[in-house]
Design a protein around this ligand. Structure first.
Ligand code: B12
Length: 259
């Protein structure tokens, strides 16, 4: 008999039923592919590193899906499975790099179909932290921002703190973001925020990427958190409406609730 006082979801999470079944990692990966036929083709092209197939798959998917859905539910979904296989030592760095390239080819095609040409809502400076070569998540967040009508000044990856500060002074954005996937690089964002604050530039400094969590992002002045790329335009909207970094923190849950 089921005891209604026990929260079984927590027990299932603790004893991860999916990871402990008898399927091979490859079989688990195949099951994680999207069920929609067009998106499955797109995600499979990334998962199996098919350079020649990603273009036709994205073009076909554009007939039935919005470009941003193809990016998030097809290309990024494929890359998430790749990350899982990497964690389970089925894929190694060469596969990761090839899959990431395939994903980028697909994003470039889908991105062209995102409605553009509108007057910009505002400018954001984005970068991957000093010492950090991981820029896939940042690139996706940049696509989301452009699609939502913002101008993105993308400084790229492994960007020295000084270059970030110089760009902020020159471009005068309403917000700056840094991405870190390595624990060794995340402190660069804290350092950058401290310099900005010292110079009286009190714009929100969004800290994101796999190495970062909300506690870290909110451990330094100006710092705000974004867990997933689609949260960025939701937070940007509030900053433009006048929220400072403290208010974004206070209302974070309700702001990103829809992402
Ligand atoms: C792809 C990858 C690489 C690629 C990067 C290619 C590229 N152009 O980005 C390459 C092969 C270059 C690489 C290299 C290395 N990597 Co690597 N890599 C990964 C991997 C497998 C996937 C990361 C990824 O892109 N995922 C897909 C994206 C979509 O997910 P994401 O970045 O998490 O993004 C999501 C959110 O975090 C968020 N987000 C991310 N960025 C941003 C930005 C903004 C503004 C917003 C709002 C949101 C946001 O939104 C996304 C979802 O919506 C991870 C493992 C993992 N599971 O994360 C390891 C990982 C990050 N790498 C790792 C390491 C150690 C390295 C190397 C040092 C390995 C080595 N020994 O050489 C080198 C770096 C060497 C150097 N210093 O130059 C470690 C980091 C460990 C740590 N905690 O420090 C990881 C975690 C692997 C592991 N488990 O050990 N890597």
């Amino acid at each position: 008999m089921v005891d209604t006082k026990i929260d079984y979801t927590m027990i299932l999470r603790r004893y991860d039923a999916e990871a402990e079944n008898n399927d091979s990692p490859e079989a688990i990966a195949a099951k994680m592919l999207p069920t929609d036929a067009a998106l499955k083709e797109v995600a499979s092209a990334v998962l199996y590193m098919k350079f020649k197939e990603v273009g036709p798959a994205v073009t076909a998917a554009l007939q039935v899906h919005e470009p941003l859905d193809i990016i998030n539910k097809g290309l990024v979904a494929g890359m998430e499975i790749v990350s899982l296989l990497y964690a389970q030592h089925v894929y190694y760095l060469p596969e990761i790099m090839m899959a990431a390239k395939v994903m980028e080819v697909g994003i470039a095609i889908a991105e062209k179909q995102v409605p553009g040409g509108r007057a910009t809502k505002g400018k954001m400076v984005m970068h991957a932290a000093e010492g950090d070569p991981h820029d896939i998540g940042k690139n996706i967040a940049a696509v989301m921002m452009r699609a939502a009508g913002y101008t993105v000044v993308d400084l790229g990856k492994d960007v020295p703190v000084d270059d970030v500060i110089a760009s902020v002074k020159e471009e005068k954005p309403f917000m700056v973001s840094g991405t870190a996937l390595m624990t060794t690089t995340m402190t660069a964002m804290k350092d950058g925020a401290a310099i900005l604050e010292k110079e009286g530039i009190n714009i929100p400094y969004m800290a994101a990427g796999g190495a970062v969590n909300r506690d870290f992002a909110e451990s330094f002045n100006l710092g705000i958190y974004s867990a997933k790329a689609p949260m960025t335009p939701l937070i940007a909207e509030k900053v433009l409406a006048g929220y400072d970094w403290k208010k974004v923190r206070e209302e974070w849950d309700s702001i990103v609730g829809g992402a």
